[in-house]
Design a protein around this ligand. Sequence first.
Ligand SMILES: Cc1cc2nc3c(=O)[nH]c(=O)nc-3n(C[C@H](O)[C@H](O)[C@H](O)COP(=O)(O)O)c2cc1C
Length: 381
Amino acid sequence: MSASLFTPLRLGPLELPNRIVVAPMCQYSADDGCANPIWHRQHWAQFAMSGAGLVVVEATGVERIGRITHTCLGLYSDACEAAMARELSAVKRLALPGTRFGIQLAHAGRKASAQRPWEGGKPLGPNEDPWPTVAPSAIPFDAGWHTPTALDDAGIACVREAFVAAARRAVAIGFDQVELHMAHGYLLHEFLSPLSNQRTDRYGGSPENRLRFPLEVARAVRAALPAHMALGARITGTDWVEGAWTVEDAIVLAGELKAVGVDFVCVSSGGIHGGIRVPVEPGYQVPLAARIRQGSAIVTRAVGMIADAEQAERIVAGGQADQVALARALLDNPRWVWHAADRLGARITYPPQYARVAAAQWPGARLARPDDFAILQQAAK
Ligand SMILES: Cc1cc2nc3c(=O)[nH]c(=O)nc-3n(C[C@H](O)[C@H](O)[C@H](O)COP(=O)(O)O)c2cc1C
């Protein structure tokens, strides 16, 4: 029987060759939002030929002030669009057949204006060219963070239009999918969670009101995308805090997103406030994805500590999620998909220049499998 992980998937209008997705990963290597011709090209190129069915480009700020750091990608200017178009078209020439490319559109809200992780990841200090941040309410992310300005109606409309404008640029660049970032404590998540949204107008208070702005963004972006492009959202399965955002809320959100034409959700969690303990362990967000998939019947992507081929296969074959996204495992080993195919007995296409590493042609390649060391040791006795 063929491995479920390597069966095709329909993601709205998109046909993907398999269930493996390169998760969005900030690289903090852009120049005023523009993709870097060396770093981004090599980063995307390795995943273009990784064999993953879908490669999702990192969180990309729809406004300059919506970037997390000075060096996050953006899609708020003609220069950003031109740089991204140049790099994407270059790496598409390396892509394995059927590989699709998506982009995550984001606004960092009150978590913007921060240092790069390797510089401390703290809010920018007075000598680091900080900028004013915005959020649903004037509540900082944590002690010592910038106090954001609460968006008024005009500000909310501006952000919505910024998402639409960036989505239009993503269409022009040639992406196949747009993913809206509604997780990790960034702006759209800040509207959803009662911890960060304490508004008393129609964008706050009741669960219905807290969903209003993210749904407005989803509806407006869907209207701006052509029918051949998939739209999804990375949502949060839980805030990991009693009395805050729960998986039941996420099921409602997923159902509402589906109703406005969103094709899939990717289920992550956490990040709404500093100091919250997240019980990280292998596959820790998969049960959340399974609940949301069952409760809303939307195509669901699981992510988080999925690192092993058999583990990924069990998630898809067992119906906990339709797809899996991997971040660190693919950074660590961009050939993860090739090796997973080998382990699960699936056939994949190699770039012809590298076809001779296929296990059938070069038994040495199979040494990557732990079982093979055991077999060799046995044979040597
Ligand atoms: C270097 C790095 C950058 C990340 N940047 C993003 C991002 O841009 N958007 C996002 O939603 N998640 C981001 N994440 C989170 C990953 O997409 C993923 O959800 C998380 O790492 C858990 O998956 P993993 O255990 O496979 O790494 C990032 C993770 C890493 C390691």
